[in-house]
Design a protein around this ligand. Structure first.
Ligand code: AMP
Length: 284
């Protein structure tokens, strides 16, 4: 596996491949890689001849009180894991390579509608940062296909919408959520959990499953959501939301809706904020 940190070397690596008509996949990450990320590489392998994984902790998607400075950075372990997973090139750019005019003077992309509720309302500017960095990566790598995890469901919607609206000639694939044996979705933030919090964290997935069961049993949505919030609070969480939305655009749902739905939770456990979701039927 090649490791490059500059745009020129990245382009040099990719130009000859493109001339040879090789299909290129991009897997964007923020590093501190785990089995969830490695599964994206495995999926990319089914889609492309050459896989580029980017590892970049993107400053523009973190709010002022978020964990940018303490976000775990483990490039050596990431390189070993990517190589073992079958990645061909790791792109590890410094901030200056991604934001040549500095983050305060960079082009900022706002994706309307799907970026606005839920995470967008709670983390102002977050999805602008995500869309802006992903657009940059798309232009630098020019992949044929890009893989994003369904763990970050709203992010996947934002990227799909940006690609459709700006006409990026890139196929977007949403990869299934990889979970620990007890159901906790794998995440770089799980390592912040104390042992006691880790034991309780399983309640997020349990709550999502209960929301689905209640929906199948025709329980009114307001009752499902308030029961989910109470359950989380009773287990020591501070929930931001526990909600059922239309899977295609995250708009709110009325009782009896028949289009594909997704349940989404964001909740803090101690100082760690966890997000997860469960698609009742796949809508995107
Ligand atoms: P991150 O490094 O957190 O920005 O994640 C990079 C990519 O990996 C995103 O597309 C995430 O949705 C995806 N991802 C992270 N955790 C998981 C997981 N447990 N299962 C599937 N995809 C994941």
């Amino acid at each position: 596996m090649h490791v490059v940190d500059q745009v020129d070397s990245l382009r040099a690596q990719l130009t000859s491949l493109r001339r040879g008509s090789q299909r290129i996949a991009l897997v964007p990450t923020m590093g501190n890689l785990h089995g969830g990320h490695h599964s994206l590489i495995a999926l990319a392998r089914q889609q492309a001849d050459f896989i580029v994984a980017s590892v970049f902790v993107n400053p523009t998607q973190f709010g002022p009180n978020e964990d940018f400075a303490r976000y775990p950075r483990t490039p050596d372990a990431d390189a070993a894991g990517l190589e073992a997973a079958g990645c061909d090139l790791m792109f590890l750019p410094p901030v200056e390579a991604m934001y040549p005019f500095g983050t305060a003077h960079s082009v900022d992309i706002h994706v309307p509608v799907v970026s606005e509720p839920l995470e967008g309302a709670l983390r102002p500017g977050h999805f602008n940062g995500v869309a802006s960095v992903v657009a940059r990566l798309f232009n630098l790598v020019q992949p044929d296909v890009a893989i994003f995890g369904r763990k970050d469901y709203q992010q996947l919607l934002v990227i799909r919408r940006m690609v459709a609206d700006l006409g990026f000639p890139i196929e977007i694939i949403g990869a299934p959520i990889i979970r620990e044996a007890d159901g906790l979705a794998k995440s770089s933030r799980n390592q912040y959990l104390s042992d006691e919090e880790r034991a309780r964290s399983v309640q997020i997935h349990q709550t999502l499953l209960e929301m689905q069961r209640a929906h199948v049993a025709n329980t009114p949505l307001a009752g499902i959501e308030s029961a989910a919030l109470s359950h989380l609070r009773n287990n020591g969480f501070v929930p931001d939301y526990a909600t059922i939305r239309h899977a295609t655009d995250l708009s709110t749902v009325s009782d009896g809706a028949t289009t594909p739905l997704v349940a989404l939770i964001a909740a803090r456990l101690g100082s760690t904020r966890l997000i997860d979701n469960l698609e009742f039927e796949q809508g995107i």
